[in-house]
Structure formats: C-alpha cells, structure tokens
Design a protein. Structure first.
Length: 476
C-alpha cells in the first residue's frame, strides 16, 4: 500500500481520485491548497503526490519547485486543464515525474501510477538553481501525442544529449529543435541550422567543418564551419539522411571525439555545440540499404523524438488555424478572417500530406485573398492544394493521377452530388492546377514570362492572358 497526496481545489476531482486510489489499495489524503499540501508533507511521508497546476493562491508549479528539492525521492505528477509546451517544459524542468491533462483517464492514470511507484534508488538532491522562464515558441497542440512530445522536449532541455528528430516533411522538426534550444541553458547561445540536402556535396564539408586559407581553389581566407559558429549553442543538422557517404565517417568522428579539423588544417578544434539531427527518412531502412552508416545511426540515435503527422492529430487543427490566422494577419496588417464550424470540420478531415507547413500556407493564402470577414467551406476549398497522389516507387505517376481523377468522379456520382455550373470538381481541379503551374513556372524563371511560357510549352500571349485574368479575379 502506498500513501498518495492529492492537491486539487476541485472537490469532484479529489473525490473521484480518492475513490479510485482507495479502491486500488492506496491510502489517500486530499487537500485544496499548496499551503495545506506543505503541512501534510511535513507531518508524514508520502510515496507520491498528484498536484493540480491551477491552485488558489500559490500555484502547483511553485509548490513543485519546493517539493522536488526537499523530497526528491517522491514522484510528483502534475495535473492541468490546459496542456501546452510552456507548462510541460516548466513542469519537467522543475522535476515533475509526469503530467496529465483533464479530463482524467483513470485507466491511463493507473498505468502511470504503477510506473511511478516502482522502487528505485534514491537520488541526491539537485544543486539549487534559478532557471529562467521558458521562452514561448510556436508549437501548438492539445492532443495526446503533442502532450507527450511537449513532455519529452521538457526533459531534453535539462541535458545536452544528442537528439534525433524524425518525421515527415512539414511536421515542424526545426520548430521542435528551436524549442529544445530556447528552453535549455544554451538559450543565450546561437541556434544554427544546416540543411544537408540543400548544400552541394562539394561544399558541404567546408560548410560544416570550415576551411583554412589555401585549402582549395578559391579559399582566400580562413573560414569557420557551422560546428564552430554554433559553439555554446545548438547545431541542427537537418535532413541528415541525405549526408553523403564520404562525409558520414567525419561526422561520426566529431560526435565521438567532440573535436574537428578544418579542411586543410591541422589544429584540433573542440566542438562545444549541442547536436540535434533531423530527417524525414526512415534512417533504419537507409542503414539496411547501405545509404547510411550503422555506427553513425546509433551515435545519433541517443534521444529520438518522432514528430506526429498532422493527420494523426486532427483535434489540433482548429487551434493551429487560429494560431496561423493571428500570426499571418499581424504580418499583413489586416484583420484575420474567421472560418465557420463546418469549415473547421472539413479541414480536420483532410489528409494534409504537407502537414503543418501545408496548413500554414493555406492560411497565408486565405489571409491574402479572402474578401469576406467570415469564410465558408465553399470559399476555402478552392485554395486547398490538389491532392496529387504519389505514383509509388517504380510506379507510373500519370496513371496514378488518372486513377485519382476517375475515382473522384465515381465518388461524386455515388454520393449523388451535383454542382452548379462553374462550381464543381472540374473547375476546382483545373483552376487550382493551372494556378500552381503558373506560379511554379514564374518562380523557376525569376518572373520572366518569356522563359516561363517556353517552360510550359505555351505562347507568351496566352500566359499573359491567363495572368491578367487571374489578377482581374483577385480584385472582383
């Protein structure tokens, strides 16, 4: 039998937890304030405490900051009605064993308590410190998967372990890396990001490790690499799965020895940056295929976080929409449009292959082109990216696209849906596809309409007419 202290000013929560815990054979004391909790802890030992963050007067985080140094062997589980990155980081940095969000899932609570109450060796009290309040960072979500991610971020801010971030393109791996950096003791140091897939292979070694004057043709001066520039801070190696095989042993040595040599140099330079690597690839599969070194994979695979795709947390979409609407409207200095409830439900049902980045881009378009203060699904839908299907490895993309179109028409027919002229799937798909083709062609040719027309295989006059028509529609 264990003694458990419940600290919550909600009488219903105290009653429910008390009945549940006593039913599992525990002795339970319930109090409503931090002051009363302190008195109970000083009067008799407890094996575990459940503490609500929102308490009258002194809050639960302040109580936790006092409990953990005085009773370090007692696990403290925080309870909150409003989960978020800042609270998760603050709780984990202050020494919380875990935290849970309301409404409480008693089955999960039972599993959590079973883990927390397992015997473990006593730990010496930590040295006193005055941590700065965590910096706000745009990681948004209240879903269970995001709450788990926030907790892990909070734990990783308390150490300098190498971190590997895995997840699809657009899920926010760099944002997670920045959150770890900005909430850690390295927050005052630089945050440096290198995209290993974007730097030409011939320049990547110099970009990472630096070079000495005369090391190669064009090396007129000594230049420090990103490892040196990030000293005292954090270095993010983005898309590390695309690192050339020839460079992988050199990165492995840096991680093992915590030192490097510039290209063409003989001076040993200590590495003083925390390393975070990120990849949208399955690195274990890349190891099996011989594209990535096994020893480097295990050197990076120390503390690994997998960032969930947006389709796995649809309940976060309304929160993300409001977040991006506010940020984008402030950037454009315009009032943000509102999305009605049906629109938010429809957005939660989309597959989002581009993840959070795709949703953010949609909100940018809506803020730029919306002509009404409140938008319906019919007004938002034309701004979605067409769901271009992948042809599959070794497949035929043209046939996959043809199959998608045929399937879309069959789906509409089966649903008995009929559209008004000019407002159906035909006009939506052809119009949105044309818009993407024109935008990308102009982007790739730096806005040169002659080159863009040639790239698309059309007359310049036809291109200019389409662009003019689109501008006219934008000002209707």
């Amino acid at each position: 039998m264990s003694r458990i202290l419940v600290v919550d000013d909600d009488a219903a929560i105290c009653f429910a937890l008390g009945e549940y815990l006593r039913g599992r054979g525990h002795a339970v004391e319930t109090v409503a304030t931090a002051r009363a909790a302190r008195a109970q802890l000083e009067a008799a030992p407890f094996d575990l405490a459940l503490v609500d963050i929102q308490l009258p007067g002194e809050d639960g985080l302040s109580l936790l900051a006092e409990i953990h140094p005085r009773w370090p062997a007692m696990p403290v589980v925080m309870i909150t009605a409003h989960g978020g990155l800042e609270r998760a980081v603050a709780a984990m940095q202050a020494g919380a064993y875990d935290y849970v969000t309301k409404p409480l899932d008693l089955d999960r609570m039972g599993e959590l308590l079973a883990r927390a109450l397992r015997p473990r060796p006593a730990q010496p009290p930590p040295e006193a410190s005055q941590p700065s309040p965590p910096e706000s960072h745009p990681l948004v979500g209240t879903s269970a998967v995001m709450q788990e991610l926030f907790k892990h971020i909070g734990l990783l801010t308390t150490n300098d372990l190498t971190v590997l971030l895995l997840g699809e393109s657009g899920v926010g791996k760099e944002r997670v890396a920045r959150a770890i950096h900005h909430n850690s003791p390295r927050r005052d140091g630089p945050f440096v990001a290198v995209n290993c897939a974007a730097v030409p292979e011939t320049l990547l070694e110099s970009e990472l490790f630096g070079h000495e004057r005369g090391a190669f043709t064009g090396a007129d001066t000594r230049r420090p690499g990103k490892f040196e520039v990030a000293a005292g801070g954090t270095l993010l190696l983005d898309e590390v799965g695309d690192l050339p095989l020839a460079l992988q042993p050199k990165l492995l040595r840096v991680l093992q020895e915590r030192e490097l040599y510039r290209v063409g140099g003989s001076q040993r330079i200590p590495v003083e940056a925390r390393i975070i690597a990120a990849s949208n690839q399955d690195l274990a599969a890349a190891v099996a295929a011989g594209r990535f070194r096994k020893d480097l994979y295990y050197r990076l695979h120390v503390a690994t976080l997998t960032i969930p795709p947006l389709r796995d947390r649809p309940e976060d979409i309304p929160l993300l929409v409001n977040h991006f609407l506010g940020r984008t409207a402030a950037l454009l200095a315009t009032p943000p449009p509102e999305l009605d409830d049906d629109c938010l439900r429809q957005l939660a049902c989309q597959p989002w292959p581009g993840n959070v980045r795709e949703l953010e881009n949609l909100i940018h378009r809506l803020c730029a082109f919306a002509r009404a203060p409140r938008l319906t699904w019919e007004e938002v839908r034309p701004h979605l990216d067409p769901p271009l299907p992948a042809g599959g490895e070794g497949g035929n993309p043209e046939r996959a696209w043809e199959g998608y179109l045929r399937g879309e028409v069959r789906r509409l027919a089966a649903a008995g849906r009929e559209a008004e002229p000019g407002d159906g799937v035909f006009h939506w798909l052809t119009g949105r596809t044309e818009e993407i083709l024109l935008d990308e062609a102009l982007t790739q040719t730096d806005g040169n309409q002659v080159r863009a027309a040639k790239l698309l295989g059309m007359q310049r006059s036809s291109l200019r007419k389409k662009l003019s028509h689109r501008r006219d529609r934008g000002h209707e």
